[in-house]
Design a protein around this ligand. Sequence first.
Ligand code: SF4
Length: 260
Amino acid sequence: MTIPDWQELGLDFEEKSSEALDFALSELLKQGDIIFLTAFGSEGCIIFKMIADLINQGRLDKTMLIEDLDELKQEASHGRLAIVNLDTGYQFKETLELKDKLETKYGLKVIMLEPKQSVSEQDIEYGKDLFKTDPDQCCYMRKLVPLSNLLQNKLAWVTSIRREQSSHRASALAFEYDKKFKLGKINPLIKWSKSDVWKYIHENQIPYNLLLDQGYDSIGCEPCTSPGEGRKGRWAGQDKIECGLHIQEEEMEQGGEFTI
Ligand code: SF4
C-alpha cells in the first residue's frame, strides 16, 4: 500500500476541496480501506448522498462497500469503504429513524459500531449517568476507544467537519494526516457555509434530522445535546465543545477539551 502525502494532497485540493470525496473514493480507495464516520448531521447526510451519487455515476463500485461489522474489523486492507455510526446507546430516536431513511433512500448500509459496555454495564461500573459526572470519560469509552480500534490499519477516514464550526476546525484541510489516529483524514466539506449546506439539502431533497427544525443545530447524544446555535447546544453549560474525535494531541496538551 502506498501511503499518500496527506499534507501535500490537502494543499493541492485547497481550491477544489469539494472534489476531495470523489478523488478519495475513485483513486485513493485502491490503496486501502476508507471509513466514512457519520452521526447523521446535515453535513453527514450530504456526504451520504454524494457517495450514492458516485456509485450511480459508476465512479465507485458498490461491491466495494463493506456492510458487515466482522468484515470491517478484519485486518487485511482490501481497498473498501464502510459507512459507520458510533452507536453510543444515547442517540436520539430521531437520529436512528434518519439512519433508516437514508439507508432506504440511497440503498447504502450503515455499520453501527457499539462500545464494549452497554449503557447499563457502564452504569454499574462507573456509576449512573457518567455523562453528567465525567463526560470526557464517557466520550472516551463510548466514542474514542471504539473508533480508535476501528481505524487501525485503515487508510483514511472521511468526516463532515466544516471550518466555520469551531476554532479547532478552522484550519482543517481537505486531506490531512490525523496524528491521533495515525491515518489520513478526508474533509470534503471544509469550505461549505451553513447556507451552502441547507441549500444543497433542500435542492436535493436529502432527508435530515427532524430535530434540526426544533431549534437544534448540532446533534449528538441525547443527554448532552440541547437546542442552540452552532455547537452551543453540545454539552451546554460545560467547557466541553468537542468529543475529542477531531482534536489532535498537541491541541489537547495546549488545553483542549479532551484528554486521552
Ligand atoms: S456525548 Fe455525552 S452521552 Fe455521548 S458519549 Fe459523550 S458524554 Fe457520553
